[in-house]
Design a binder for this molecule. Structure first.
Ligand code: GLU
Length: 305
């Protein structure tokens, strides 16, 4: 239970950032995302005891994109602990999220699980651990309590049709012996998970297990305390493309952004926040989203520092 008037603060934040609505540029490289109006803004907070607060377009679904990588990583760590760290590093990349040059330099070991190469390895591991199905979608449904969550087929098709870099990345991984599955199956699973449509309200609720030291909505454990700390740590250092330092400086929370304009941020032992504004800044993070989180954490004191 928080003593802060969260709804009041969200309204103040909405007002403070409203001059920025429409700023930034929507992601161009996935045509379906390029068609989204940049005029949206939504923000939601769910506290660890399940209270939900929201403003703006918090009930409108958007494309989860890279935020799904957090859920995939949590599932893999939950299933086989530290195994994934034999195949993926956990350092900020300092390079573009889809860099092939960096993967070549690191001899096929992606710098972290949130650059695309790292996420493909996590997806590969997840495929080898699960017997088909859509584990990331299932986790999001269970944790948000929304069984209607689904993959947006048009987004997936749009990304697949423009997937040359993802394929190049997967083949390069395979050339270094760091991809066990069939390239097309891994890419397909990865693109499907990135194309899940979800609202700020549902995503904030789905991320709560990271604020609750790994405890799921039904009270069971997905991660140990230590594993939850580690996922949060990787979010803090690598969750914002090449601007994780800037995000830590301005917001001071672990989080993950996606090219759909969403950001999930975790306030350990307090709750989870999701913000969405499709216009991206030069680093690929939602321009208004970072500003809104900056305002929110300043007003609430919600920071890990
Ligand atoms: N599906 C996107 C890709 O692979 C994810 C990009 C992102 O949100 O960072 O390019």
């Amino acid at each position: 239970m928080t003593t802060i008037d969260v709804q009041g603060v969200l309204q103040e934040v909405h007002e403070a950032v409203s001059p920025l609505i429409g700023s930034g540029s929507v992601a161009e490289y996935i045509p379906r995302l390029a068609a989204v109006s940049p005029e949206h803004f939504g923000m939601a907070v769910t506290t660890i005891d399940g209270e939900r607060f929201s403003v703006g377009d918090a009930a409108t679904e958007f494309s989860i994109q890279s935020i799904s990588k957090v859920f995939a990583l949590a599932l893999v760590i939950s299933a086989d602990g530290d195994e994934i760290w034999r195949r993926v590093g956990r350092e900020p990349s300092g390079a573009a999220f889809d860099s092939l040059a960096q993967l070549e330099r690191t001899r096929g070991i992606p710098r972290n699980p949130f650059v695309n190469a790292g996420a493909l390895v996590v997806t590969d591991q997840l495929l080898s651990l699960s017997d088909g199905g859509s584990p990331v979608l299932d986790l999001l449904r269970a944790e948000s309590g929304n069984d209607d969550l689904a993959v947006d087929a048009l987004t997936a098709a749009s990304e697949l049709a423009h997937g040359d870099r993802s394929h190049a990345t997967a083949f390069l991984l395979r050339s270094f012996g760091n991809l066990a599955g069939d390239v097309d199956s891994v890419i397909d699973a990865y693109v499907q998970q990135c194309s899940i449509a979800i609202s700020c309200g549902d995503l904030a609720t789905a991320g709560l297990f990271l604020a609750r030291d790994g405890i799921r909505a039904d009270g069971t454990r997905l991660l140990t305390d230590s594993q939850a700390k580690r996922v949060n740590a990787v979010m803090l250092t690598s969750g914002f493309y090449d601007a994780a330092g800037e995000f830590a400086y301005r917001v001071g929370l672990p989080g993950k952004s996606g090219v759909g304009g969403g950001i999930l941020a975790i306030v350990p032992d307090v709750g989870a926040i999701c913000v969405w504004g499709p216009g991206l800044d030069a680093s690929g993070n939602s321009l208004i989203g970072v500003a809104a989180l900056d305002e929110l954490t300043t007003r609430t004191g919600w920071s890990i520092f």
